[in-house]
Design a protein around this ligand. Structure first.
Ligand code: IPE
Ligand code: IPE
Ligand code: MG
Length: 245
């Protein structure tokens, strides 16, 4: 029996978030430049999006470019941006055919105009689809998002639309860029790093964490299914004791 068939459809996570890490180190291992790694990372994205569709996942969030990644050498940033435009341009037709809904979270205004319009086009083209929601975290960091939410709340309070007792978890959640998206049950990070790197700090409060030693370009569908199987063998207690579940 292959790994995919071992997945229990009744206990499938609704939302999986991935920190796709290790493109550069993977390329260096083969004596190639970092962009070679990013290009091969795109191939993995294609495979994992396909795998998500095959198992009927509802939401897949991919950490694609972080706020902190703006501090990389300008050459790598611009090559990454070019790769992003090219990839969206090339993949949109297939994604649309496969019923994928494209969503973006992050500080999009910092991206160049060409990417912004490419993204808007992709979002608009796929908005009525009903399959996998592919959420790309672009120019995103959780602290950026939380600060943005706080600013909104301050404005609403200033206008007298909000009082102290209105502020609840639900209230805050509605003001994050992930509003309307369920919290991820599972977070996967590749490349053997054990950190969150400013990703979804609020939303990951009770997510199960799965760390893979594989670099992102070598992460396979079976690695992905393996992470889901690992998740399905865990007991999620949410502060309670086993007997209460
Ligand atoms: C992840 O791979 C992709 C992005 C952050 C854009 P890296 O570029 O971080 O690769 P490593 O971690 O340096 O190997
Ligand atoms: C996190 O990876 C961001 C993305 C995968 C887009 P990084 O490679 O930027 O994270 P750090 O700097 O190693 O924590
Ligand atoms: Mg990295």
């Amino acid at each position: 029996m292959n790994l995919k068939d071992k997945i229990n459809k009744d206990r499938l996570p609704e939302h999986i978030a991935i920190i796709m890490d290790g493109n550069g180190r993977w390329a260096t291992k083969f004596g190639k430049n970092r962009m070679f790694g990013h290009k091969n990372g795109v191939k993995t994205v294609r495979k994992i999006v396909e795998a998500s569709g095959e198992i009927g996942l509802k939401y897949l969030t991919l950490y694609t470019f972080s706020t902190e990644n703006w501090n990389r050498p300008p050459k790598e940033i611009s090559a990454l941006m070019d790769l992003l435009v090219m990839t969206i341009h090339k993949e949109l037709k297939d994604l649309n055919k496969n019923n994928v809904v494209i969503k973006v979270i992050g500080d999009i205004d910092r991206l160049n105009k060409k990417i912004q319009s490419e993204l808007r086009h992709a979002i608009d083209t796929t908005k009525n689809n009903t399959g996998l929601n592919l959420v790309m975290a672009l120019s995103y960091s959780a602290r950026w998002d939380i600060i943005k939410a706080i600013k909104k709340i301050v404005v609403e309070a200033g206008e007298g639309k909000v009082v102290q007792d209105d502020v609840s978890e639900d209230f805050v959640e509605k003001r994050l860029s992930t509003a309307g998206i369920p919290n991820p049950e599972l977070l996967i990070r590749t490349s053997g790093e054990f950190r969150i790197s400013n990703f979804l700090l609020w939303e990951l409060a009770y997510s199960e964490m799965y760390f893979s030693e594989k670099f992102w370009p070598e992460f396979s569908k079976d690695d992905f299914y393996g992470a889901i199987l690992d998740y399905q063998n865990r007991e999620r207690r949410f502060g309670k004791v086993s007997e209460q579940l």
